[in-house]
Design a protein around this ligand. Structure first.
Ligand code: ADP
Ligand code: MG
Length: 340
């Protein structure tokens, strides 16, 4: 670069900052689904309805019956780093909500046409805010929130080109909701695509939800995992070796209710199955690790899919032992057969 061509240092305009930040959070329609469902759950929703058009590229709409956003706060919700979930560093260190960065709505709005309609319990009417025009007007709806995201990446064609077929994007969107569904059996979820019901999971017990999401056979073909080690708990169900798969597509791990992809957990699970699984077969499991929030950092990655444990050896050991014990115990069915 020729010195004459050097540009002076300047602060980037807000819109561009948001678009750059959006690159980290919003990769495809499924990222929008994940963020909006996170918000619905943080708002205490009992029912979450996702509506999609064209695999979510033309429309992702997420409707919830949560606590809503007061009229005067609607414009603030769309600003960068604006959140109702933390207010201090100590809040961050023990954060219990899915969100806390205050980035998702601003990021999504910068790469789509976003509107948000919401009503709190005390309000006599709902209000709808259009992100682009800033227009705020009364609307009709019950208590709760609906966020509509249209034409994702319409202003960033380079990004839009990376999207796959509608069918593939739809599959990713459904997978995003499936991850939430396994974390929150007490909440009902429905996914509509092009006006047709694609998936529905009604509020259920944890075991029933596992069966609904992973298949009716899963309960019979898995063992309960239950391990309490001081403040560290590992619960869930682990598939027996017979139901192992060629792909690692049925491995669900949660830390304090948050779906994570974590090397420590994956490795611990893998090593617990070492003696019973051969070749490249992949175990099936849903594992829920509950740990003192001050012992895990969730602020590692913008999408929060990665976490950092303060003592990863302790977590590895607990998960491995929990799984080994579960896999070694005779299955209820087998014990009954042996007794018969
Ligand atoms: P974060 O979730 O990290 O706080 P977001 O950009 O996702 O950031 O949302 C900003 C704020 O908007 C939230 O803190 C919350 O107060 C409000 N909000 C967003 N979605 C909903 C919703 N579905 N119901 C109620 N409030 C919401
Ligand atoms: Mg959020």
């Amino acid at each position: 670069l020729h010195p004459d061509h050097r540009r002076p240092i300047r602060e980037l305009p807000d819109e561009l900052v948001s678009q750059i930040a959006a690159g980290e959070v919003v990769e495809r329609p499924a990222s929008v689904v994940r963020e909006l469902v996170d918000n619905a759950l943080d708002a205490g929703a009992r029912q979450v309805t996702v509506r999609l058009l064209a695999g979510g590229v033309r429309l992702v709409s997420v409707e919830d019956d949560g606590q809503g956003i007061p009229r005067e706060e609607l414009p603030i919700a769309l600003r960068r780093h604006a959140t109702s979930k933390i207010g201090s560093l100590s809040d961050l260190e023990s954060v219990a909500t899915m969100g806390f960065r205050g980035e998702a709505l601003a990021a999504i709005a910068s790469v789509s046409e976003l509107s948000i309609a919401s009503r709190t319990e005390g309000q006599s009417s709902a209000f709808l805010l259009d992100a682009r025009s800033g227009e705020l007007r009364p609307a009709a709806r019950a208590t709760g929130t609906t966020v509509e995201v249209k034409e994702l990446f319409f202003s960033t064609p380079a990004r839009r080109k990376f999207l796959k077929t509608d069918a593939t994007e739809l599959a990713h969107c459904i997978e995003a909701v499936r991850r939430h569904a396994l974390a929150r059996p007490d909440v009902g979820f429905a996914i509509w695509h092009e006006g047709k019901l694609a998936e529905q999971w009604r509020a259920a017990t944890p075991d029933q939800r596992l069966a609904d999401v992973l298949g009716d056979d899963f309960l019979e073909q898995s063992v309960a995992v239950e391990h309490v080690h001081g403040p560290l708990q590992v619960r869930g169900r682990a598939g027996v070796p017979d139901v192992a798969r060629s792909r690692a597509d049925q491995q669900f791990a949660y830390v304090n209710g948050r779906y994570v992809r974590d090397k420590v957990l994956t490795h611990a699970a893998r090593s617990a199955y070492e003696d019973v699984l051969h070749g490249q077969r992949q175990p099936v499991y849903a594992l829920y690790v509950d740990i003192d929030p001050t012992r895990v950092d969730v602020n590692v990655h913008p999408t929060k899919i990665e976490v950092r444990f303060r003592d990863s050896r302790e977590v590895h050991q607990a998960v491995r032992r929990a799984l080994e014990a579960a896999l070694a115990a005779p299955r209820a069915g087998q014990a009954a057969e042996a007794g018969a």
